[in-house]
Every structure is written in C-alpha cells, then in structure tokens.
Design a protein around this ligand. Structure first.
Ligand code: ASP
Length: 577
C-alpha cells in the first residue's frame, strides 16, 4: 500500500501506530539533531520528525529534500511535546523510520501557502501549483460538492441528465458565438452553444419531461470578473408546468445546496415582480439582506425653486438607518462616488434627521424644517437617520440609486456575509426596446412566452408586454434565470417577426424548432443556474475564477497553455481558411 492514511487524519488515538504516509514537502526545519517536515496533501498536513540519533541515514536523506518533493514515509505516531492547536493533526507527529523520495521538485516559482507571494499571471501560468494551495483546493472541493448535491437533488426529483451537443448552430442568448470551422464542410462553421436552450426544448417535445445537465456554455463576451468565456450552468427544463411549479422546484434545490454547504435554512424565498424590484431596489437583482428601500420623493420635493429638483424627472431617496452622525468627509466621499462616470449622478443631496428635531440638509436654502419633517414622515425615517437623495432622468436615477444603496450598505457593513437571502424576480418585460435603432430585443431569449393576459398587447403596445420570465438573485447577484416557453408555432413566429426576423430568416435559423412545435409540443419551461456564480456567492466573493480549475485570464487567455494560439498553415489549408 502506498499510504495507510492521509495527512489530515491522524489524532492522539493513533499514538504508537505504524503508519505510511505520502505527500508533498510543505516546509522543513533543520535543527541539527532533528529535522521537522510538514507533509501535505489535500486532506491536511502532518508533522514528520527525523531524528539523527535514531536513524542518521534517513535523516541525512531527509536533509537533501526541498520544498514540494514528493515522498513516502513509514513511521510511528507519537505525541507532540509542543502541540499546534491551529491544525487538526497538531497533537501528534510521525517519527520516521523509512523515507523514500518518490520524485524531486524544482523550487516552485511562488510559495504554496494560503497567502502566496505569486502574482496573478505567475499563478495562472503554473495553475497546477496554484491548485495545490489549500485556499484554492477548498473552492474546487466546494464546487464538486455543489455539483454532487445538485445531481442527487434532481435525481430524487425524477430529473434525467441528458447530454446535448457542443458543435451546433448558433443559439440566441444575446452574446457572440465562438465559431468552429468544419474541415469536412469547407466554408461552413459550427457554433459552440451559448446554452443548450433549443435542445432542452426539443427534449420536451420528445417527452423527457424533466431534464437537467451540468453543462459548459460558451459566450464570446468582454471580460468582467464574474464572467468567463466558458462557464458552467445547471441547465433544467420541465414539461406540463407553470411558473409556480418551476419556482417551487428550484427554490428547494437552492435551499438544499445552502443547507448542505453552509447549514443555513432559508425558508420560503420571497417573490417580487420586476417592476417592484426596480421601484424598491433600483435593480433586477436586489440584495435584500438589508432594507433601505428606495422612496420616490418626486411629488413632495418639487416646487421650492430648487433647480436640481424642479428640472428632474425623478427624485429618489434612501434612508440610511442611524447614519445622521456621518461625518462631512464621509458624505463628501459618497458624493464623489455618485459622480463617477459609471454611476453618472450630477450630485447628491442629504438630510440629517438629528435627534432633538434639529434637521440639517444640504439644501437648507430652499427647504425649511417643516419641509424636511414632511420628507422624514414620507420616508418613515427615524431620528438619527440620514436621507440621501438623487435627482435626474428617470432610468439613470433609478440605476444610480440602486448602486448607491449597495455602496452605502457596503460602507456601513450591512451586507452580512453570513446571511443568505435569495429572492425571485418575476414578470420581466418580454422585450427590451432599443431607442436608438427603434428595434426590439428579447429581454431573456426569443422562446420566452408572453403573459397570457398581455398577448393582445403584442400588436398594439409590445413594450408593455410582460413575460413569464424569472430570475433568482442571491445577496445581490443573479444566480439563475429562466422562463415558461412558447410552444405554439404561430405565436413563436409572431415573436420572431417582432424581433425583426422575416419568416425566411426565422425559418433558416430556427426552422428545426418551429417544425418540432408542429408535432405536439407540450407546454414547458425551465431555468439555468450559473454553477460558478453560485459557488462565488456562497463564498461571498465577486470573482468566479478560483472556482474553475483552469480558468482564462482577464483577456480570455489561458496563459499556461498559451491559448488561443496560431495554428499551422497545413491546418488552415485543410480547413479551407
Ligand atoms: N437558456 C437560458 C440562459 O442560458 C436559461 C433558460 O431560459 O433556461 O440564460
């Protein structure tokens, strides 16, 4: 046997046992007569002790080792005279009687420690060494566990895992496709799936009424820290369901994952409509770990000759609880923050509802204490609270206020990393209207069904049509989304037309699906969760990168492989390129 135990296992109860361990040399301390070595594997570290007096030959051999050597040792478990309370094996050490160096190692280019000295690029170039660090290993292990919990939950619910092809024709999720040239069909190209959307709908037509797949999706988008060009979705579809069935099924999945990974019980997940979400939180992915809902002050703030308010379409406020004492400096720094181009506000008005009814605002010239008191009452603020106000064009102000709400909560420590608060946002608009080009885009994707009661608006007022579409947000991040689909060919055709496809274009791109709808397509709907995102949100971090064993860097490159890279002329010729 190569090893009888792993390096995270041995405790006081194993004292006097003869054991065989394998692993990597994490650290060595040579004290002359004794050499101590920390032996590491993915389960933990165990301290080895080599004693010159007991076995000088292997002690000499041990001294020749370096960091990251791979070794096998045999020895006896003994009690440590100076226990290390910080690690689970800290009560014991192994007195080594035999040592075999299984492989040498060059000195690694950065330290294999939780706090490493390696920069981003270096760690990505040697990702296999980076993956030896226990902080990263924990993330990969968490991901594996979440996949496993997902599979076992969905299996229990009767879902079948079905694989769909990777070399396909373009799928419309709104991003650019990655394209693969075909050697056998020169001048023709495959696209990599942005999602298995059309296939999962076809599987419903085939009668596999509960489908899922943990699947790679590919989108050729510009970089953001929570995006990667290839990422993994938990992709699901069901037949004979309405929106409520989908939400109920999948909130149980998320509850199960959160309970098993974090021991949290989330209860019923609240549901709000898209309109309500925008109104109360200024975003369609609200963080509801804290209140601070947006108040619409447009009607009560206008009319005092204050130009910023009088010229604004919308005046919005948030009440920051207990923040009336915030220093001028801190408020100024928030004002600078809202003026950044990404937020785009021209300024920020504040009003402090100090105790003892002394109210103070940055617009005292225009508004007296009675005005401020009416704001306070309208906003249901308390003494000691701070009111922050933004005013301007409607869309931009809502957006800026949504971001300010998050920023303030961050600065006030209101986004508790130990709280998990998912929320469903439903009834998204069916279309996004592009003012500039006067065109409609599908807000989710073109297969999303309009709400039954809105179908007649498709002709008269498409902007107002709401969809049977829903997202789940967790702590302010969208982790999943889906919709009830259209299963009627005529309606699907009407939507394609509204999206600017002629009948011929729609048929060319989606003819296979439209035809399938003519052979008894059942009512169906589904959802996809971002697996990488779920991992990152559960761990309370922005970047999904560390949850992917071999991610791409900021410019979509794999530095280790040096990909993408040039290909040989012969290959190009073969492909007819
Ligand atoms: N295919 C959709 C997406 O990738 C999810 C869905 O509608 O099920 O966002």
């Amino acid at each position: 046997m190569y090893r009888t135990f792993n390096n995270g296992f041995l405790r006081l109860e194993h004292i006097n046992q003869e054991v065989t361990l394998c692993g990597w040399v994490q650290k060595m301390r040579d004290l002359g007569g004794m050499t101590f070595v920390d032996l590491r594997d993915r389960y933990g570290t165990t301290q080895l002790v080599f004693n010159m007096e007991i076995n000088s030959k292997i002690c000499e051999l041990a001294r020749q080792m370096g960091r990251e050597y791979v070794v096998q040792v045999k020895g006896k478990v003994v009690k440590r005279s100076a226990p290390n309370k910080n690690i689970p094996t800290g009560q014991i050490e192994v007195e080594v009687s035999d040592l075999k160096i299984l492989n040498k190692s060059k000195n690694p280019p950065f330290t294999i420690e939780d706090e490493t000295d390696g920069g981003d690029d270096l760690r990505m170039q040697y990702r296999y060494l980076d993956l030896r660090r226990s902080v990263i290993q924990k993330k990969i292990i968490l991901r594996s566990e979440i996949s496993f919990y997902t599979r076992s939950f969905l299996k229990k619910e009767g879902f079948l895992e079905v694989e769909t092809p990777v070399l396909i024709k373009s799928t419309p999720e709104g991003a650019r496709d990655f394209i693969v040239p075909s050697r056998l069909n020169q001048g023709k190209f495959y696209a990599l799936p942005q999602s298995p959307q059309t296939f999962k709908q076809l599987l419903m037509v085939s009668g596999f009424d509960k489908y899922y797949q943990i699947v790679k999706c590919f989108r050729d988008e510009d970089f953001r820290s929570d995006r990667q060009p290839e990422f993994t979705q938990i992709d699901c579809e069901m037949s004979f369901v309405d929106m409520n069935d989908i939400l109920t099924t999948f909130e149980s999945l998320i509850a199960d994952i959160l309970f098993k990974t974090k021991g949290v019980r989330i209860g019923t997940i609240p549901r709000i409509t898209y309109d309500q979400s925008i109104r109360d939180y200024g975003t369609d992915k609200p963080d509801i770990r804290f209140e601070m809902k947006i108040k619409n002050l447009t009607n009560i703030c206008k009319g005092n000759q204050f130009p910023l308010f009088d010229q604004a379409d919308t005046i919005l406020g948030i009440v920051v609880p207990g923040a009336a004492g915030l220093s001028r400096k801190k408020i100024d720094s928030l004002i600078d923050w809202v003026k950044r181009p990404q937020i785009g506000a021209t300024g920020m008005i504040y009003c402090k509802f100090n105790h003892l009814d002394t109210y103070k605002s940055s617009v005292d010239k225009y508004f007296n204490t009675d005005d401020l008191a009416s704001w306070k009452e309208f906003c249901e603020a308390n003494d000691g609270d701070l009111l922050l106000i933004l005013a301007g064009k409607e869309k931009q102000t809502i957006n800026a206020m949504g971001q300010l709400r998050i920023e303030v909560a961050d600065r006030m420590g209101l986004r508790d990393p130990n709280l998990y608060k998912p929320i469903w946002v439903t009834d998204f608009p069916l279309f996004d209207f592009d003012e500039e080009n006067k065109t409609f885009h599908a807000m989710h994707h073109p297969f999303t069904s309009p709400k039954e009661e809105d179908i007649e608006l498709l002709v008269s007022h498409p902007q107002a049509v709401k969809a049977n579409a829903y997202d789940m947000a967790l702590n302010g991040t969208e982790i999943g989304g889906g919709s009830i689909r259209i299963h009627d060919r005529k309606l699907q055709n009407q939507i394609f037309n509204l999206l600017g496809f002629t009948n011929e274009q729609a048929y060319e791109q989606f003819g296979f699906l439209m035809e399938a709808f003519e052979y008894g397509a059942p009512p169906h709907g589904g959802i996809a969760f971002g697996l990488d995102r779920i991992c990152a949100v559960i761990e309370g971090v922005d970047s999904i990168r560390d949850f992917i064993a071999f991610p791409k860097n900021n410019s979509g490159r794999d530095i280790m492989l040096d990909a993408p890279s040039k290909i040989h002329d012969d290959q190009l010729k073969e492909l007819g390129l």
